[in-house]
Design a protein around this ligand. Structure first.
Ligand code: SAM
Length: 210
């Protein structure tokens, strides 16, 4: 089953079935008219959708996205979502992110540190529908837990965990076990899937706040 949010669809590109959204291209992805390919090998959320995970993301949802980088994934999110707050702490990618936001009035880049949610609490609406996180740094569960305050009661956390960012020497499974334990203080895990087909040693997790 597909579980694709409204506005994300499958179209044939060069004989292959690809996920697409409608919007201005951002990262050199193939296009066909308004449609742009959402490349699952360059996007953890794209991989989660490609693998059929139920993310809970629906068209028009409000989204807080942590670790927006150059805007590859968050631009696809903004193509289908409502207000999309995109947090990134590195100034260089934020320049590209601002360019991606030019044609997307609902995409709101924030040059902020996701470990310090109080620094953007005055900008981000409370009760967002979906919190997407792909920060790939040590302390991924802590970041998700600190940002739970922004989620509505029946909202969803959609988290990509990179094992090597926590501990290069540990086995991915032991890293993921520790992440689950820490997350469980603030979240109930609803589903998860290894993303290795697209991203080595990554786990995708969907959860809701407790
Ligand atoms: N999500 C992006 C995409 O799919 O287009 C890729 C994100 S990349 C794997 C991780 C990003 O998280 C980097 O750009 C990094 O600078 C950012 N990041 C890491 N720690 C962060 C923090 N504490 N606050 C904000 N951004 C952070």
């Amino acid at each position: 089953m597909d579980n694709l949010p409204e506005g994300v669809t499958r179209r044939e590109f060069d004989g292959r079935d690809r996920l697409c959204t409608r919007g201005e291209p951002v990262y050199g992805e193939p296009t066909d008219g308004d449609w742009r390919v959402w490349d699952a090998s360059r996007s953890k959320l794209g991989a989660m959708l490609e693998l059929g995970m139920e993310t809970g993301l629906s068209g028009g949802d409000s989204v807080l996205y942590l670790g927006a980088a150059n805007g590859t994934t968050v631009s696809h999110v903004a193509d289908v979502a409502g207000p999309t707050y995109a947090v990134e702490f590195a100034p260089r990618p934020v320049r590209d992110l601002l360019a991606a936001a030019e044609s997307r009035s609902n995409l709101l880049p924030l040059l902020k540190d996701a470990r310090r949610p109080e620094s953007y609490a005055h900008v981000v609406e409370s009760d967002v529908d979906v919190l997407v996180q792909d920060v790939a740094t040590r302390g991924q569960a802590t970041v998700a837990t600190r940002n739970a305050r922004f989620l509505s009661g029946d909202g969803r956390l959609v988290l990509a965990v990179k094992a090597r960012s926590e501990d290069v020497a540990a086995s991915p499974e032991s890293v993921f076990a520790d992440v689950r334990t820490e997350l469980s203080e603030a979240y109930e895990i609803l589903g998860e899937s290894r993303l290795d087909r697209f991203h080595a040693d990554h786990l995708g997790i969907v959860a809701r706040p407790r």
